[in-house]
Design a binder for this molecule. Structure first.
Ligand code: ZN
Length: 216
């Protein structure tokens, strides 16, 4: 007891303080706590390929997971459970990996070819990582085709994932032509929210997609 330093109490109100990672004491706030507790990782060069104003949030989320290989594809599930059949449920021929499922499967290839035909993007391949890398090198200004390219690739991934889940979880199937029509009309509805200035690129996009954007 003799060794305890008696605090020098002053006639001031108590305060809740937070000791930051760097040792400084600051006013407690959830913001600072979150900053200190969350894992800090480098910003990915490609984040703007996924996250931007005109992106459809649920498409962005699935697209982001696909890029990280974070979706529960059968190949991934099989790593935890070797008893799982890893065959793609769209073609029942090949192991269901991200690259196969979204761009190389006979089913998704049809969807992807039809979606690609409405894009002006030279970096189109059947490799997700390659396309994301190419897109990440583009200036991420709100130029109309930059937006459409990212929107359409994310939609292609989202709708194939949705179809795959529909088959596994509900035992339902959609014809790929119907899915293409649905995916493209979904994108057209999103396009109706765009506000653009007149330009040759805008006129081309309107012609290809059969939509009329709002003018600023
Ligand atoms: Zn397949």
């Amino acid at each position: 007891m003799n060794s305890i330093i008696i605090p020098n109490l002053k006639n001031v109100d108590d305060q809740i303080l937070w000791i930051c990672n760097n040792g400084t004491k600051v006013q407690y706030s959830t913001k600072q706590v979150w900053r200190d507790l969350r894992p800090i990782v480098d910003t990915k060069r490609w984040y703007h390929v996924v996250w931007f104003t005109h992106m459809i949030p649920k498409h962005a989320f699935i697209f982001w997971l696909a890029i990280w290989d974070g979706l529960s594809t059968k190949v991934r599930v099989q790593k935890w459970n070797p008893m799982v059949d890893d065959k793609c449920c769209l073609c029942d021929q090949v192991s269901e990996s991200v690259e196969h499922l979204f761009f190389r499967c006979d089913y998704s290839k049809v969807l992807w070819e039809r979606m690609k035909s409405k894009l002006l993007f030279k970096g189109l391949t059947d490799k997700l990582q390659e396309m994301v890398e190419t897109l990440s090198n583009y200036p991420y200004k709100n130029q109309i085709w930059n937006i459409i390219n990212r929107l359409v690739i994310a939609a292609a991934v989202y709708f194939v994932w949705q179809e795959r889940n529909l088959r596994i979880l509900q035992g339902k199937k959609r014809n790929v032509q119907d899915l293409v029509e649905y995916a493209q009309s979904y994108i057209r509805v999103k396009m109706l929210t765009f506000k653009v200035n007149n330009s040759a690129a805008v006129a081309k996009a309107e012609e290809i997609w059969g939509v009329q954007f709002k003018r600023k």
